[in-house]
Structure formats: C-alpha cells, structure tokens
Design a protein around this ligand. Sequence first.
Ligand code: GDP
Ligand code: MG
Length: 213
Amino acid sequence: MAMANSSETHNFKVVLLGEGCVGKTSLVLRYVEDKFNSKHMSTVQASFLNKKLSIDGNRVNLSIWDTAGQEKFHALGPIYYRSSNGAVLVYDITDEDSFQKVKSWVKELRKMLGTEISLIIVGNKSDLEKDRHVNLEEAESYAEKVKAIHYQTSAKLNQGVEEMFLALTQKMLDEAKEKAAQQSHLTRNNSQRIVTVVDDDQVPTNKSCCSSG
Ligand code: GDP
Ligand code: MG
C-alpha cells in the first residue's frame, strides 16, 4: 500500500513557533536559501518559503511558514497553525523562558490538533554552549514525553539545520502513510456495509405507491 503512494508528491505545511529572537527566521533562511544574517530580521514579509526535497523516493514539497514577528504581541492564533502537518518549536539554549514558551505551544497544539501534527522541538544557538541555560537532558526527556523529536541547531554555523528539517519531514511522511492506510481500511469496511443496506431496503418498498391507482 505504501508503494502505491511513492510516486505522488506530498505537500506539507510546516509552521515555526517560538518566542521572538530565538532564531526562527534564521533557521528557515539557512535551510531554504543557505543565508545567515546577524541582525534580527523583523521585516521579512514573505509568509512562507517553499522547499522541495526527496526522501527514499518520496517527493515532498514543504511550505514553511514563518511569523512576521507577531509572537512578540502574543498574537499568533489558530489561523496561523491551522491545517499544518508539522511544527518546529524553537527555543534558544541560552534562554530558559524561551523553553517554557515551547512547552505552552506544545499544550496548545496538542489541544487544538491532537497527535496528527508532527512536532519537533529545536534548541537553537548551539554555538553559544558556554551560555547554556536550558538543560539538554531535561529538554530531551520532555520532548520524548510529549511525542516530539528533539534537535539542536546553529543557524549561524549551519549545524543540524538540514538534519532537523529532514527528521521532521520523515515523521510527517510516516504520519501521512499511516493515515492513508487507515483511510483505505475504513473505505473497504464502509463499502461492505453499503451493500448490506441496499439489500435490506429493496425488500419492502414496492407495495404502497401504485396499489390505489
Ligand atoms: P526570530 O525572531 O525567532 O525569527 O529570530 P531571528 O532569526 O530574527 O534571530 C534573532 C537573533 O538571533 C538574530 O540576531 C540572529 O542573528 C541570532 N541568531 C539566530 N540563530 C542563531 C544561532 O544559531 N546562533 C547565534 N549565535 N545567533 C543566532
Ligand atoms: Mg522572525
């Protein structure tokens, strides 16, 4: 069944979430355009960037949604993350508050979207290890508990960025295939049931309409 799907292109929507200044925009620009800017880029206008990739013969088209800085006003709601297949929840390893913010995003996403959305928790700025304020083991075990992947990245040094997006994409592919398998199973069961219903209905109907005329 999985084989039948391998020639189609999977379109996945991915959203970036996290406190301001953790490096969300830097991660997307590093991944899609291999650029890094040491300034905070609050003026990026594009709402999403596309990235095509292929994993084991599965063609994937990612549309990666970045915020335009609304997170600073706590103004990111369901309209932003609705219908996304995956979320990149970014914290800054030097900023404990930014990790707490990730936890609150996990709660909201699980509440609104359930387990259908694939989550990856990303500790960015791994090049600033000497200023680390988020314990790595703690972050990893939290991620495991909420069924998210955990990765560390440096958008600045280009470490772990491509691997992180690949891991998330792999998880979304697994999820999509599982869903497709469940749906074809459902369809088979339903069509059997429809046949039964039609048989039952045919028995009693003919009598009433013509008997008086
Ligand atoms: P956003 O608000 O989450 O989109 O964060 P930005 O991408 O605008 O980055 C905020 C600041 O952190 C900028 O000054 C970036 O240059 C810097 N930054 C982003 N990623 C890294 C990183 O991996 N290492 C370091 N040292 N700085 C980074
Ligand atoms: Mg940004």
